[in-house]
Design a protein. Structure first.
Length: 136
């Protein structure tokens, strides 16, 4: 086992001690990861890792996302410090989104998970089908 990895029980004990006995909602891993849990977050991060995009370009790139969800997801990614929003003084104003340094550093780690997901997609679907067949 990697000597850098601390087991889950040890981590939970550390988080409890850091919060005077207990609010695991303050767990740094949960706090950071929850922002990437959304249906669209990783997809938008992958797009913005390629290049900056204007809002309309992102909307066309991901046609099945609603305008409301695109706005909310970009807002959440901006709030977490991963995405920069720049407004240009044109008529009408145009807005461009890009990754921040923090967003690029996070995407370096996320890229491995996305590659793993692509490589193992068929195996996961087969496992689900096998599991579901035993439950029927």
């Amino acid at each position: 086992m990697d000597s850098k990895i601390i087991n889950l029980k040890s981590k939970l004990d550390i988080y409890k001690a850091m919060t005077d006995g207990g609010n695991l909602a303050d767990c740094p891993v949960r706090d950071v990861i929850q922002g990437l849990n959304g249906k669209w977050s990783s997809l938008l991060m992958a797009a913005l890792a390629e290049q900056p995009y204007r809002f309309g370009e992102l909307r066309r790139l991901v046609p099945d996302i609603s305008q409301r969800m695109l706005t909310q997801t970009l807002y959440d990614l901006q709030r977490d410090g991963y995405v920069h929003r720049e407004v240009f003084p044109t008529k009408p104003p145009s807005v461009e989104y890009s990754l921040t340094d923090l967003g690029r550093s996070m995407f370096d780690a996320l890229r491995h998970l996305l590659q793993w997901a692509e490589f193992n997609h068929d195996a996961v679907r087969a496992a689900r089908a096998g599991f579901d067949a035993t439950q029927a």
